[in-house]
Design a protein around this ligand. Structure first.
Ligand code: CO8
Length: 262
């Protein structure tokens, strides 16, 4: 597929997707969803790719939300379908076996903040701004914001953000747990890449297992979550990477993870 709304690259073993509609502050329209979804399928099918970074092209925006011009005249059923298409992409991101970092270089509003929340964690520039401004448009978050935000920052804070529609800066977003780390704009990319490389150096089997246990376990009761963790622990223990990691430790050398399951 030819990409017109995103820039898709693989640098060594890191996938990079840049939202690229600067004329609309990288707002998401159906073509963006389709292109990102296609790129994610390619990444998942490529065993050499071990981490993914999502970011926005230009200095102003990560993603300033769903494209309002596209949404304005949707019928209720079309809007419901549009929301479901957004949800599908967020779930596709969460289901990836590799870790995904949102590198938020500017506005992450509405669907943009929802996208960032569907990544494994967020690094942000000091100039980034987050918010769920849908209420100002007479609508509500439709790409999972009412659900992921409350799970991330708690119900009361999620309500305040979704009900007031106000923007918060990166430091505030870090304080409430929406953002992991904040960097000056000129250091954001190198720091994100450094962490992506660190994650890519780990074993694929255990990376996938930790991601699934935390994501799936979050919606389970403690007992069921721990049960799932034991199963995943057993699988990692029996994997070639598990054997290699522990053998390498005892032999005082760096492990060579192959990312295979026998
Ligand atoms: N959609 C379409 N175009 C946009 C969007 C957007 N979300 N955001 C910015 N643009 C466009 C502007 O219209 C403008 O275009 P033009 O130059 O042709 O006039 C261009 O980008 C630059 O924007 P501004 O001139 O407004 O730039 P400012 O620096 O003055 O302001 C802001 C930047 C504060 C980010 C401002 O652009 C803004 O408020 N944007 C809208 C933010 C917003 O409300 N986002 C939420 C959208 S709704 C949503 O995401 C719901 C997701 C779930 C959908 C599910 C559907 C059922």
């Amino acid at each position: 597929m030819a990409y017109r709304n995103i820039i898709f690259e693989i640098e060594e073993n890191i996938g990079i997707i840049k939202f690229n509609r600067p004329e609309a502050l990288n707002a998401i329209n159906p073509a963006v969803l389709e292109e990102v979804s296609d790129a994610l399928k390619q990444l998942e099918a490529d065993p050499s790719v071990k981490a993914l970074i999502l970011t926005g092209e230009g200095e102003k925006a990560f993603v300033a939300g769903a494209d309002i011009a596209h949404m304005k005249d949707l019928s209720p059923l079309q809007a419901q379908k549009w929301s479901q298409e957004g949800h599908r992409l967020m779930f596709q991101l969460e289901a990836l076996s590799m870790p995904v970092i949102a590198c938020v270089n500017g506005f992450a509003l509405g669907g943009g903040s929802e996208l960032a929340m569907a990544c494994d964690f967020v690094y942000a520039s000091e100039t980034a701004k987050f918010g769920q401004p849908e209420i100002n448009l007479g609508i509500i978050p439709g790409f999972g914001g009412t659900q992921r935000l409350s799970r991330l920052v708690g119900k009361a804070m999620a309500k305040e953000l979704c009900m007031s529609g106000v923007m918060i800066d990166a430091r505030e977003a870090q304080k409430i747990g929406l953002v992991n780390k904040v960097f000056p704009p000129d250091r954001l990319w190198e720091e994100t890449l450094k962490t992506a490389k660190l994650l890519a150096s780990k074993g694929k089997v255990s990376m996938r297992a930790v991601k699934r246990c935390i994501d799936r376990g979050f919606d389970l009761d403690m007992n069921s979550g721990c049960f799932m963790e034991s199963d995943a622990f057993g699988m990692c223990m029996a994997s070639p990477d598990g054997k290699e990691g522990m053998t390498a430790f005892l032999e005082k050398r760096k492990p060579e993870f192959k990312g295979e399951l026998e």
